[in-house]
Structures are given as C-alpha cells and as structure tokens.
Write a protein that binds this ligand. Structure first.
Ligand code: TYD
Length: 223
C-alpha cells in the first residue's frame, strides 16, 4: 500500500530563511527515500511564473491590493492545478515556499482587504487542496530585514521587501495569529536560531507529521 501524497507549506516574513531550510529538508527527505517536489509561490508553473514577474516588479502595485490579491490568486489557481494537485495524486511530498497564508497576511491583513473576499478567492483557487502541514518561520522583522538585505546585495528591494518595519511587524503578528487559530495545521518554527538547529527542528516536525500520516492511512486501509 503506497502512502498518499503530503503537502507542506513554508510561511513567514522576509529573511526568515525559508528557502535555505526547504533545500536542507529536501536533501534529508530524499536521503530517506521520499519522492519530493519543491516549488514556490508566486510561481511554480509557467503561467504563474509569468504573473510572478508582474507582481514582484511592482507593476500591479498602483492598481491597489485587490488587483494584486486577484493576481496572486490567479497564479495560485494555475500552480495548484498544473503542479501541486498532480504531485499529491502521484503520492509525492510537496514542499511549497509560501502559499495561502502569505495572501491572507500580505494582501488580507496588511493590504486591508475584507476577510470575506479573501475567503472566496481562496475557495475558488485552492478548494480542498489545503496544506497538510504549514511551518510558520517566525523571526523579529528587524533581524529578518537585515538578513534579506545581506542576501540581496546590490540589488534593489522587491515590491514587498521595501515596506516599513511596522508593516513587517504587523505581518509577523498576523502569521502568529493564523498559527494560533489553526493549530492542527500550523507549527511555529523559531527562525532566529542558527541554521543547523532550525534544520533539526524542521525535520523533527516533518518526520512526526509523516509518521502520523502513515498511521492514519494504515488505519483507513484496515477498516
Ligand atoms: P520571494 O522573492 O519569493 O520572497 P521570499 O524569499 O520572501 O519568499 O517574494 C515573494 C513576495 O511576494 C514576498 O514578499 C511575499 C509576497 N507574497 C504576497 O504578497 N502574497 C502571496 O500570496 C505570496 C505567495 C507572496
């Protein structure tokens, strides 16, 4: 009996080290024999990557957060349909750098869009393809922005990196709020620790969730 696919998302503010940690987790999981697919948002499919370029250049900013939210959602719909759902159906472990919680936080909370509108967008684009597990990388925005600056080097900050510290702080609170409201899906990771410690924490959480998944599917198979 094959294990079903498993969908893990990585969320958090700028400079939290998500990408580094996803790469490290991917390596560990592959070494254990898992089939892993790593992807990211906005983007992850050709259609969504085209929309990514528009969003991160700031070309849509002038048209307001509602326009941006719809573009993020359009990119997500394509990514879910073309990449995420098929990979889960094949039984793969999908690791996705950002997903719905980024829209809830960046567009919904700090973009001041109505919760009902955001829920409708989410329902129409994601449906029941919800993450099985979401790791919320938590970091003081002052440290995160400093890290993002070092990583960026001489390049100019993107549309979202250039915002004020207070906005980044509000996003941190909003991510923590989601984690508190949806504890069955979300686990907070202390992203201020050194990268090796964070990698161990991430692996512990993921291995535990995978073991629970195997138990669940065994029980379903037996009954
Ligand atoms: P990216 O360069 O992928 O950044 P990071 O390393 O921070 O994940 O940039 C993605 C940016 O887009 C990031 O600032 C968060 C923002 N974003 C949203 O505003 N809404 C969304 O739904 C998603 C997926 C990302």
């Amino acid at each position: 009996m094959a294990d079903p696919g498993f969908f893990i998302t990585f969320e958090g503010g700028e400079g939290a080290g998500k990408s580094t940690q996803i790469a490290r987790l991917e390596k560990r999981l592959r070494a254990r024999g898992y089939e892993v697919l790593v992807t990211r948002e906005p983007g992850g499919s050709p259609g969504a990557e085209a929309v990514r370029a528009v969003l991160l250049s700031g070309a849509a900013e002038a048209f307001g957060p509602r326009m941006e939210a719809i573009l993020f959602a359009a990119a997500r719909a394509d990514h879910v349909e073309q990449v995420i759902r098929p990979a889960i159906a094949r039984g793969q472990l999908v690791l996705c750098d950002r997903f719905i919680d980024s829209s809830r936080v960046y567009q919904g909370v700090t973009g001041n869009l109505e919760a009902g509108f955001m829920r409708e967008l989410e329902r129409a684009t994601v449906g029941d393809t919800m993450p099985d597990l979401t790791l919320v990388f938590d970091i003081d925005p002052k440290i995160g922005m400093q890290r993002a600056k070092v990583r960026r080097g001489v390049e100019t900050p993107d549309r979202f990196e250039k915002e004020e510290l207070a906005v980044h702080q509000a996003r941190r609170d909003a991510f923590l709020d989601i984690a508190a409201r949806e504890p069955e899906r979300c686990v907070i990771i202390d992203a201020e620790m050194d990268p090796d410690t964070v990698a161990d924490d991430v692996a512990d959480v993921v291995y535990t969730a995978l073991a629970e998944r195997t138990t669940r599917s065994l029980m379903a198979w037996r009954s």
